[in-house]
Ligand binder design. Structure first.
Ligand SMILES: [Zn+2]
Ligand SMILES: [Zn+2]
Length: 150
């Protein structure tokens, strides 16, 4: 029996076995640390899950199956991204003449050259058609001035 073992466990085989064992133990330690950190960010009981993860393979699989779906930071980030996307969409409108998407502060449509907005004669900023006065520099914006700029 020991002869068979000795013939199988040659030095190169032993080295490979030891290296494999070191790698597996390393992966196991990393998985336990990962579960501990991940559980904390998900506001799950980190100590409990760390103990579960100490069970090799099965503990990690159990955590991956049962951990909370999203951590708190992720969900607030998602809400912020949605808000940002909404704001970016609100920044854009469509050209009334050709339907091309135009930014809300565009003065003219880059596609069909339609004038979308008046420009303040004082500071050159785009103005809403309903405005009576430039909110940026305070220059009054009369009907004649509008026609002149149009
Ligand atoms: Zn257009
Ligand atoms: Zn102005």
């Amino acid at each position: 029996m020991s002869d068979i073992l000795a013939s199988v466990l040659t030095p190169p085989v032993l080295v490979i076995l030891v290296l494999t064992a070191i790698i597996l133990v390393g992966l196991w330690i990393v998985s336990v640390i990962w579960v501990n950190r991940d559980a904390k960010t998900r506001e799950a009981p980190a100590m409990m899950w760390t103990l579960v993860a100490i069970v090799p393979v099965a503990g990690l699989v159990a955590y991956c199956l049962m951990r909370p779906p999203l951590n708190a930071a992720d969900s607030t980030e998602q809400v912020m991204n949605l808000e940002l996307m909404g704001r970016q969409l609100a920044d854009y409108g469509n050209c009334p003449r050709c339907g091309e998407p135009v930014k809300s502060d565009f003065v003219a449509c880059p596609n069909c050259r339609a004038q979308l907005r008046n420009v303040c004669g004082g500071c050159g900023r785009p103005l809403e058609p309903s405005w009576q006065i430039c909110p940026y520099c305070g220059r009054p914006f009369t009907r004649q001035a509008r026609q002149r700029s149009a």
